[in-house]
Design a protein around this ligand. Structure first.
Ligand code: 0WD
Length: 254
C-alpha cells in the first residue's frame, strides 16, 4: 500500500544523488508522496532539477536558508502549488572546512555563527514559516550526528551545532505538538556524501563503524530514507521530540 498517498512533502538539502535527502526522497516517492525539492543556489539548481525530473509530479523551488526573504517566498510558492503541506525534510548543514579540523578551541566567532545559522536556525526559520501550511497536522524531520553527544575528532563546531539542533527539535516539538505537528531527528551513522568530504580522516571513521557497530557495516542512505519515511507517515504518530539512531547500533558500543 502507499503510506504517503495524498501527502505533500518538502525535501530540503539535495545536493547530488549521494545526498541523504535524495535517498529520503526515493523512499517518500515510493509511498506515493508528492514532493517539492529546494535548492540552495544556481550552483546546484541544474543537478537538483535533473534528479527531480525522475520523480513524477514533483516540483523544484529555490531556497537559501540563510535568507529570510527566500523562506518567505518558499512559503508563498508552496501555498499556491500545494495548498496544504504535510511534511518537511530538513537535511541541511554547513561549516567552514577550517572549522572541521584541528582543535575546537580555535573556532572563530564567524565560523561558529555560520555553522549554527545554516545547520540549526534554518530548522527553526523553516518550521516557523511552513507550520502554518500544515493545517491537517504534519511531520518535520532533520538530520543529526552522534558528534552532538560525544566528542568526535574533527567534528568540532558541527558537533556543537548538532547539539543545538537536537535541542531545537525538542522545543519545536513542544510548541507544535498542540497543532498535531511532530518534530524528530534521525542520527545517522557516517555516510560518504559531499558534506562528509569536509570531515578530515573520514575513512578511518567508516572503518571503525565496520569493525565495532553491532551490524558490522556502515550506514546506507536507503536505511535513513526508510526511517525518514516512517517518521513522515502515520505509523510514527505517537513519536515526537525524539532522536532516532540509524547507525547499525554503533552508538551503543564503546
Ligand atoms: O555522514 C554523513 N554524511 C552524515 C550526515 C551523518 C549524520 C548526519 N548527516 C547530516 C548532515 O550534517 C546534514 O545535516 O545529514 C544532512 C545531509 O547531509 P549529506 O546528505 O551528508 O550532505 P550533502 O549531500 O552535502 O547535503 C547537504 C546540503 C548542501 O550540500 P553542499 O554540499 O552543497 O553544501 O545542505 C544544503 C546543500 O544542498 N545546504 C543548503 N541549503 C540551503 N541553504 C545551504 C543553504 N545555505 N547550505 C547547505
Amino acid at each position: 500500500g502507499e503510506l504517503l498517498a495524498g501527502k505533500n512533502i518538502i525535501v530540503m538539502g539535495v545536493a547530488n544523488d549521494r545526498s541523504i535527502a535524495w535517498a529520503i526522497a526515493q523512499s517518500l516517492a515510493e509511498q506515493g508522496a508528492r514532493l517539492a525539492f529546494t535548492y540552495e543556489s544556481e550552483r546546484v539548481e541544474g543537478r537538483v532539477r535533473k534528479l527531480a525530473e525522475t520523480i513524477p509530479n514533483s516540483i523544484i523551488l529555490p531556497c537559501n536558508v540563510t535568507v529570510d526573504e527566500e523562506i518567505d517566498k518558499l512559503a508563498d510558492n508552496l501555498k499556491s502549488e500545494f495548498g496544504v503541506l504535510h511534511g518537511i525534510v530538513h537535511s541541511i548543514a554547513f561549516a567552514k572546512a577550517e572549522d572541521l579540523a584541528g582543535e575546537f578551541v580555535a573556532t572563530s566567532r564567524e565560523g561558529f555563527a555560520l555553522a549554527n545559522d545554516i545547520s540549526v536556525f534554518s530548522l527553526v526559520a523553516v518550521s516557523q514559516r511552513l507550520a502554518p501550511l500544515m493545517t491537517e497536522g504534519g511531520s518535520i524531520m532533520t538530520m543529526t550526528y552522534m558528534g552532538a553527544e560525544r566528542v568526535m575528532r574533527n567534528y568540532n563546531v558541527m558537533g556543537v551545532a548538532k547539539a543545538a539542533l537536537e535541542s531545537s527539535v525538542r522545543y519545536l516539538a513542544n510548541d507544535l505538538g498542540p497543532k498535531a505537528i511532530r518534530v524528530n531527528a534521525i542520527s545517522a551513522g557516517p555516510i560518504r556524501t559531499l558534506a562528509a568530504k569536509g570531515i578530515s580522516d573520514f575513512n578511518s571513521i567508516l572503518k571503525q563503524v565496520e569493525e565495532k557497530a553491532p551490524l558490522r557495516k556502515t550506514t546506507e542512505t536507503a536505511e535513513v530514507g526508510d526511517t525518514a519515511m516512517f517518521l513522515l507517515s502515520h505509523l510514527s504518530r505517537g513519536i515526537t521530540g525524539e532522536v532516532i539512531y540509524v547507525d547499525g547500533g554503533y552508538n551503543i558500543v564503546g
